[in-house]
Design a protein. Sequence first.
Length: 194
Amino acid sequence: MFLVTLLRIGGAAASIYMLLCIVRIFMTWLPDMIPGVAGDFVVKTTEPYLGFFRRFSFLVIGNMDLSPIAALAVLSGFSRALTIASQSSLTIGILLALFLDVIWGPVGFLISFFAIAIGARIVAYLAHLNSLHPVWRTVDAMINPVLFKLKRLVYRDRIVNYMQGLVTGLLMLVALRFGLGFVITLISRFLRTF
């Protein structure tokens, strides 16, 4: 009974810490969001953890720093593991399934995010919206590194027009998202049986 209570407290603490990390992430966008002692507390409490993930260079794609997503995914997985352990027996299979879910969560999110951004860019292109607008220049800066890699896989060194590259990238990302999602779900279900 004591262990179950301890696991529940640990799961709740991980969830509360995750909320503090989310507040800290918003504070980087809006520095004056929480002024004074409360803001200092959030920074001092969360910065060592979030800073740990900033050391991994593969979490930076172009101008996008994905380390906060990785940090939140790990906290979420840890919280879920503690919650499941407090409610039932935690087996090796369930731990492996949780680990797989923690990895797939941010990866699936990123694939979906880039697919939506490319889809929005296609709509803007077809609607003849101003491509030099700062919004579309920002979107292009985000999606172009991904598009170049995807186009290189399909077309090698052939030159293709912009719209063809966008459509190809979107189709590949949608197929990847649903294909990998299906496979990950099957593997996760299988692992939970052990």
